[in-house]
Design a protein around this ligand. Structure first.
Ligand code: 13P
Ligand code: SF4
Length: 307
């Protein structure tokens, strides 16, 4: 079978099985093009959480990394959440354990604890409230009455939010190994090549990179900015997978990755074959023990209430 025919065949099978299982396919903006192409919804962490909490599908096939599928399982316990590749983890989420957070909270007993969704369910269960890169500033601003604020695990997101809110944050030594590959010299070089281009970067980037950006945004907010902006050229400081979404949404505009090195290997583990196998076998189910789920859900619900 030719490659195109093979792909069409898999896509047909995925679509038929999706109907039979009453499944919905959610894909993060960093997923491979072939995954984005069969997804019902593409989005950032916040959008995918909201969709997972509202869908009436029976099965959620989550194409992303583990904490994202876990968030869907926390919000929709009555649904079957399956991952096409359950070994897709987020190294940043693994940089802080629940024990680490409990210790930090003990050292700062009066602090409100705010955590990025890029954390395990056990860590979320210890938090007062979650945030994503879309709403981190609004979440911190919602606690103006609190003297101390714990903000974990990403030290670079904490730095950005601290500068934007003027609040001193108690942070953790976590970071994204993919985003720190984007260097100030990459932005400088791309700006020399494309002097008219606007620079958009993710707040997980190094502060020296964030300082060079025209806009600091979550992945879906970058998609929105690109659509609404009168500009025609953009330098993109985030994981390279977003470029496919940006180009497909705006075929008349140009998008240049700040560096091709910014690849999240875990986001690339999912492909169409694995989606088909997941729909066939419904094997790699993501589940969270009930006591942890209920506590973690409180922190996510609190975030969804704020914004
Ligand atoms: P977004 O919520 O902006 O999509 O970010 C998720 C993530 O893991 C970024 O590395
Ligand atoms: Fe985690 Fe970074 Fe990959 Fe996002 S890009 S999933 S933060 S490792």
């Amino acid at each position: 079978m030719m490659k195109k025919e093979y792909q069409d065949d898999i896509e047909k099978k995925i679509n038929a099985l999706k109907k039979k299982r009453q499944a919905v396919i959610l894909a993060h903006n960093y997923q491979l093009p072939e995954v984005q192409d069969v997804a019902d919804y593409r989005g950032d962490s916040l959008e995918l959480s909201r969709i997972a909490s509202k869908t009436d599908a029976e099965v959620i096939v989550f194409c992303g990394v583990h904490f994202m599928a876990e968030t869907a399982a926390i919000l929709s316990p009555e649904k079957l959440v399956v991952m096409p590749d359950v070994n897709s983890g987020c190294p940043m989420a693994n940089m802080m354990t629940a024990k680490d957070l409990r210790k930090l909270k003990k050292e700062h007993p009066d602090a409100v604890s705010i955590g990025y969704v890029n954390t395990s369910a056990e860590v979320k269960a210890e938090l007062d409230v979650c945030c994503t890169s879309t709403n981190a500033i609004a979440v911190v601003n919602a606690f103006k009455d609190r003297k101390e604020v714990i903000f974990i695990p990403d030290k670079y997101l904490a730095d950005y939010v601290s500068k934007q809110t003027g609040r001193k944050l108690i942070s953790w030594n976590g970071f994204c190994p993919t985003h720190i590959k984007i260097l100030p010299e990459d932005i400088k070089r791309e700006k020399e090549f494309h002097p008219k281009a606007k620079v958009m970067v993710h707040p997980e980037c190094l502060p020296s990179v964030v300082a060079m950006a025209d806009a600091v945004l979550s992945t879906s907010k970058m998609a929105q900015y690109a659509k609404e902006s009168p500009d025609r050229e953009f330098i993109i400081g985030t994981e390279v997978g977003l470029i496919y979404r940006l180009k497909s949404d705006n075929p008349q505009k140009e998008f240049y990755p700040a560096t091709e090195r910014a690849v999240c290997p875990n986001m690339k583990r999912t492909n169409q074959e694995k989606i088909l196998w997941a729909l066939e076998g419904l094997k790699d189910v993501v589940q969270v023990p009930e006591s942890i789920r209920v506590a973690a859900k409180k922190a996510i619900d609190k975030m969804l209430e704020i914004i």
